[in-house]
Write a protein that binds this ligand. Structure first.
Ligand code: KIV
Ligand code: ZN
Length: 395
């Protein structure tokens, strides 16, 4: 989309929670220094809101949020808090140094969470919503309220809580799919329903927050936006509780690549996505799966002969975005048993070889035989094979 066509109503705010929901998953703990490095990159790449941590959770979390708040240049710095007054006050203290700061306070609203987790009646939860948002508003005028387990919440009660939260001063309303249970159509309809039924809905920005238990976090997030939400909560590489959260790089590139059907825009510099993915992977020691969309090492790699042939003729045959657009230097044509003659000749040219027709045919046959035996074919393998072919021909 060109700058001229960007309008505020189509702007989707990117709320990154890599340092909070992402770090919360088993094994993803980051050191203080690593968190500062990740936050700095998120800030540089255009993330609008950085959820830097859960300050009441530990001294370490508090210190990281506090330091990130001191250093942030552009992004709003956000901390998470439960409904308890001491949580909210601790969160406010942690984010204080930030030029722009947000308190994100949440409370469960689904029957199963209210009954077993909170052990409270709905009318008590309703009063707590008002109290938590009011307390947070005493610290900052940027307050987000989340109805935890929102997608399994009874609709009338959800609408009453959302209305009360907005009345108490919440400026962002997040309806999370905490357990990754919803589907795209259902989630879009939920946002339409809430925005239609809540009388003061236009006073708040609605937000999606999706978990990936059924592998639908990104699709659900985008559907929520189509239902009227304008903030996406996501993490780099999709790390997060259990199966993870919606992946930032995927929602950003879906909007950028399919702008015809997703007519929105974000402030993210997509050319920094690969760098961010590598940094988070190194900081958490979570490897990125090879076939991960956008940032997996195979995302711009082709081995099959048919695909390589197509790519050599026109890259749009098998790529819907350029590698450069997400910060990858170039497409790679991986040589293997599926590669065809066209890609083999291209590789030889790259390596500086020009063979006659017969030599080429022999070398290609040898290459195919080698590829059947060997999983990874390196440039050195091809060089050795061709050198041998040339030497044999000279004998
Ligand atoms: O998944 C969830 O419901 C959360 C909330 C704290 C927003 O992470
Ligand atoms: Zn979550």
């Amino acid at each position: 989309m060109t700058t001229a066509t960007k309008s505020d109503k189509d702007r989707v705010v990117i709320f990154d929670t890599t340092l909070r929901d992402g770090e919360q998953c088993p094994g993803a703990t980051m050191t203080h220094e690593e968190k500062l490095e990740v936050a700095s990159l998120l800030d540089e790449m255009g993330v609008d809101i950085i959820e830097a941590g859960f300050p009441i959770a530990s001294e370490g979390d508090f210190a990281a949020v506090h330091e990130i708040a001191k250093r942030s240049k552009n992004a709003v710095i956000c901390g998470l808090s439960r409904a308890a007054p001491k949580d909210i006050d601790r969160c406010a203290e942690a984010i204080k140094p930030a030029a722009r700061r947000r308190i994100h306070t949440f409370l469960s609203t689904s029957p199963v969470h209210m009954k077993y987790k909170l052990q409270k009646e709905p009318h008590e939860v309703y009063e707590m919503v008002i109290a938590q948002v009011t307390r947070a508003r005493n610290h900052t005028d940027d307050v987000e309220w989340s109805s935890e387990d929102g997608t399994r919440t009874e609709h009338d009660f959800l609408c009453r809580c959302v209305e009360a939260a907005i009345k108490a001063g919440a400026t962002t309303i997040n309806i999370p799919d905490t357990v990754g249970y919803t589907t795209p159509e259902e989630y879009a309809a939920l946002f339409r329903m809430v925005r239609e039924r809540v009388p003061n809905a236009d006073k708040a920005v609605f937000s999606v927050h999706c978990h990936d238990d059924l592998g639908m976090a990104v699709a659900n997030s985008l559907a929520g936006v189509m239902g009227g939400a304008r903030q996406i909560e996501c993490t780099i590489n999709g790390i997060g509780e259990r199966a993870g959260n919606a992946a930032l790089e995927e929602v950003v590139m879906a909007i950028q690549t399919r702008n015809d059907v997703l007519p929105y825009w974000t402030n993210i510099d997509a050319t920094m996505l690969t760098r961010a993915s590598k940094l988070v992977s190194a900081a958490t020691s979570f490897p990125v799966q090879y076939n991960k969309a956008i940032v997996g090492r195979n995302a711009f790699a082709h081995e099959s002969g048919i695909h390589q042939d197509g790519m050599l003729k026109n890259t749009q045959t098998y790529e819907i975005m350029t590698p450069e657009s997400v910060g990858v230097k170039q497409t790679s044509l991986v040589m293997g048993k599926h590669s065809g003659r066209h890609a083999f000749v291209h590789k030889l040219e790259e390596l500086g070889y020009k063979l006659g027709a017969n030599q080429l045919e022999d070398a290609f046959t040898r290459f195919k035989a080698l590829a059947d035996r060997k999983k990874h074919i390196y440039d050195e393998d091809i060089e050795a094979l061709v050198d041998e072919e040339i030497a044999t021909a000279q004998d």
